[in-house]
Design a protein around this ligand. Sequence first.
Ligand SMILES: Cc1ncc(COP(=O)(O)O)c(C=O)c1O
Length: 388
Amino acid sequence: MQKKMIYFDNAATSKPKPAEVLQAMQHYFENIGTSPGRSGYNLAITAGRIIMESRERIAELLGVPDPLEIVLTKNVTESLNIATWGLLEPGDAVITTAMEHNSVIRPLREREARGEISLSVVPCSPWGELDLTAMERAITPQTKAIFVQHASNVTGGIMPLEEIGAIAQRHDCLLVVDGAQSAGALPLNLANSAVDIFAFTGHKSLLGPQGTGGFYVKKDVAKQMKRFLCGGTGSRSEFETHPEFLPDKFEAGTPNTIGFAGLNAALKFLKNEGVTNIRAKEEELTAFFLTGLKSIGGIKIYGPADAKKVLPAVSFTIEGISPAEAAETLEEEFGIMTRVGLQCAPLAHRTIGTFPTGTIRFSFGYFNTQEEVQTGLLALKKITNSNR
Ligand SMILES: Cc1ncc(COP(=O)(O)O)c(C=O)c1O
C-alpha cells in the first residue's frame, strides 16, 4: 500500500491547490486559449477579461481601489527586480533588514556591486526581530527606499510594517515590501498605507499556480520608475516606444493567461473562505505545533515561537541530528515533506545563528489538518528519542 504523504512545505509553494484552480486552467486551455488584449474577436476579449479580473481580484485582496495599480509578473522575484532596477538611481542609498530572502538581497547586492547604490542592512535579534531604532538611525539624506519582507520564510516572523511605514514617511523614503509569504495569509489593507510597492507571488498562500505574481505600485511612484522590459503590450501598437501608463508600462509580451485563469479561481476561493478565517485556521495549526514542539526535548526553535507573531512556518533544529538527516528520516519513515537548509535566505540564517547548515522548516497551509500536525509531532518525538 502506498504510504500517505504529508506536505509541510507550503512556505515554498502551497499544495494542494483548490480543485477550482485546475478546473479553471483546463477550461481556459480547452475553451479559450487565445491571446489577451491583442485581438478583437470574442475569445480574445474573454482572455483579456481573465487578465483584468486577476487585477481586480488582487486589488480587492490587497485593499487597494485601483486595479490598474496592479502589475502582473511571473513571480515576486521578478516584481522585486522591477522595483530594484526601476526605482533606484546611481547614488541612492537603500535600507533593508538582516532577515531578507535572496529575492530581496541579491538584486540589491547586484546594484551595490556595480557601484550604483549603497546598501545598509539593519540588524535583527537572534529571534529575527527588527531593531526599529537602528533602522531609523541608518537613514541618511541619500536613502531613497526601505526594502523589507512582510514575513520571514525562515521563522515565519511578521515584521512591524506599520512602524516601518511610519519611519519611511518621517524620512520621506519609499517603502517596498516583499509580500511573498503574507499575500493570502494575512488580511491586508494597503490603501492609504505607507507601502509604495507590494510584491506578491501567486503560488504560495494565494493558492494559485506557479508562474503567476505581480506587484501593487502607487501611481505617482510608478511614474518615477524606469522599466527594463519593453515590447508588445497590445496597446498603442502604432508607436515604436513602450506605453508609459499603468499597468502596461511594466508588462511586455504575452502573459501567462492560463496561469492567471488558475489564480483567478484561487482568488475567488480565498474570498469565499475569507482570509481572516484562513489566518485563524493556520494560526491554530501553528499554535498546536509549537505547543507540541516545545514539549519535545532536544529541539531548539528559532524565531518568535508564538503563533500570533508568525505565519505558519516554524524553523527548528534537533540536537545531534543534521537538518538534512532529519528531513530524510521524516520523508522515508513517516512520509513527511519538509524544507531543510537555508531556504534561500542565508542572511536570515546568519542572523538566527544557523548558517550554514540551516534548519528544518515545517510550514503549514490551509489544507493541512491537526491530525497531520500531530503525526508530525509524533515523528519528531520518535526521531529525538531514538537519538538518545
Ligand atoms: C520571503 C520570500 N521572498 C521571495 C520569495 C521568492 O518567491 P518566488 O520564487 O515566487 O519569486 C520567497 C519564496 O520562497 C519568499 O519566501
